[in-house]
Design a protein around this ligand. Structure first.
Ligand code: UDP
Length: 139
C-alpha cells in the first residue's frame, strides 16, 4: 500500500495563531482521511532527530528552536498518492513562492515559520509517522 499515507505537522506558528481548525478543514475537504492525530510538543532532542538531515544547514538551530517553542498537531493522513498530493496542497517551502490557495500561502509567515510540514517521500512518511505514533494510535 505504499503511496497512500503521508505525515504532517501543523507547526507552532499556526497553532499559536489559531489556525488548527481551518487547516484540518482544508486537509479533510481535499480528500485526506485522518489515520492518527494528536496535540504534542517536541523536545529539543526530538526536533534535532526529526530534522537531522538538515543539521549542517545554517538554519538548523533556528528551526529546532521554532519547532519546540509550543505545541504542534501531528497527524498521519491517507489518500491515494498522499505524499505528492499533500505537498501540492501545502505549497512551496517559502510562502512567497507558494501557489494561491495553498495552506502555506494562506497561513505561513516566512520560509522558516511556514505553518505545516508534509513528508517528501513514502519512505520518510513511514519513518516520520512512526516517530510520533505507535501502532495502537493509528486507525
Ligand atoms: N527552513 C528554514 N529555512 C530555510 C529552509 C527551510 O527555516 O531556508 C525550515 C522550514 O520550516 C522548512 C524546514 O526547514 O519547512 C524543512 O526544510 P525543507 O527544505 O525540507 O522544506 P519542506 O520539505 O518543509 O518544504
Amino acid at each position: 500500500m505504499a503511496g497512500n499515507r503521508t505525515f504532517t505537522m501543523i507547526k507552532p506558528d499556526a497553532v499559536e495563531d489559531g489556525h488548527i481548525g481551518a487547516i484540518l478543514e482544508q486537509i479533510t475537504a481535499s480528500g485526506f482521511r485522518i489515520v492518527a492525530m494528536k496535540l504534542t510538543q517536541m523536545t529539543t532532542a526530538d526536533a534535532e532527530e526529526f530534522y537531522a538531515i538538515h543539521k549542517e544547514r545554517p538554519f538548523f538551530g533556528e528551526l529546532v528552536e521554532f519547532m519546540t517553542r509550543g505545541p504542534i498537531v501531528a497527524a498521519i493522513l491517507e489518500k491515494e498518492n498522499a505524499v505528492e498530493d499533500f505537498r501540492t496542497l501545502i505549497g512551496a517551502t517559502n510562502p512567497e513562492d507558494a501557489a494561491e490557495g495553498t495552506i502555506r500561502k494562506k497561513y505561513a509567515k516566512n520560509v522558516g515559520e511556514n505553518a505545516v510540514h508534509g513528508s517528501d517521500s513514502d519512505e520518510n512518511a513511514t519513518i516520520e509517522g512512526a516517530f510520533h505514533f505507535s501502532g495502537r494510535e493509528m486507525f
